[in-house]
Design a protein around this ligand. Structure first.
Ligand SMILES: Cc1cc2nc3c(=O)[nH]c(=O)nc-3n(C[C@H](O)[C@H](O)[C@H](O)COP(=O)(O)O)c2cc1C
Length: 180
């Protein structure tokens, strides 16, 4: 089988890493939440990524959920390696102070996790970084009263594979209560 994209679309956050003063971001589509208590998150990163070595050394990373308006920035961050280019300088990406861990945080993210690495699991040509979420924050507009993300205010970047992206149409959202 040549194509492996049946599980798309996926939201693509920016994974922030920092070690010995060097900060970096890369987009990662292969990521998910794992546990609510404790809040645990997992991202799959190939060993050749600079991000991989920074997180392995520091033991911490940030997850920055960003709006569709930053798609070109995301593509740039996913096209070059922090090993060759200082991506923060190259893109002019603005940072804000993290809350608990020494990780770079994208100022305009609509939601952020700060994670401490709990485990690294080999998964073929990628490694799973399982992180305990020590801090979560969101912009005021990011959440609805009903507790879901406010998709009228924020538009996650959805990756469809093969350099193709989409934004969700909020008019397609429906709520169906489950039988309990
Ligand atoms: C939309 C998109 C999704 C990506 N998802 C992943 C991923 O889940 N895991 C991974 O290892 N690389 C992924 N990449 C590739 C890295 O982001 C890319 O190789 C990046 O330049 C690595 O940067 P670094 O070397 O500075 O860490 C993705 C790239 C794009 C554009």
């Amino acid at each position: 089988m040549s194509e492996f994209n049946q599980f798309y679309p996926c939201v693509v956050p920016l994974i922030g890493s920092r070690y010995e003063g060097k900060s970096n971001f890369m987009p990662a589509a292969w990521q998910t939440g794992l546990s609510k208590d404790p809040m645990t998150y997992c991202v799959s990163i190939a060993p050749k990524r600079y991000t991989h070595s920074l997180i392995k050394s520091s033991g911490v990373f940030s997850v920055n959920f960003i709006d569709f308006q930053y798609l070109k920035l995301l593509v740039r961050l996913g096209s070059i390696s922090g090993r060759d280019v200082d991506k923060i300088k190259d893109t002019g990406i603005e940072l804000k102070q993290s809350l608990k861990l020494d990780v770079p945080v994208f100022k305009s993210a609509y939601a952020v996790y700060e994670c401490s690495v709990q485990d690294i699991v080999k998964a073929g040509d990628h490694d799973l970084f399982i992180g305990k979420i020590l801090s979560v924050y969101e912009t005021d507009e990011a959440r609805n009263e009903s507790g879901t993300i406010n998709y009228n205010a924020v538009k996650p970047i959805l990756y469809l594979g093969k350099d193709t992206y989409a934004a969700m149409d909020p008019s397609s959202i429906i709520t169906i209560k489950r039988d309990r």
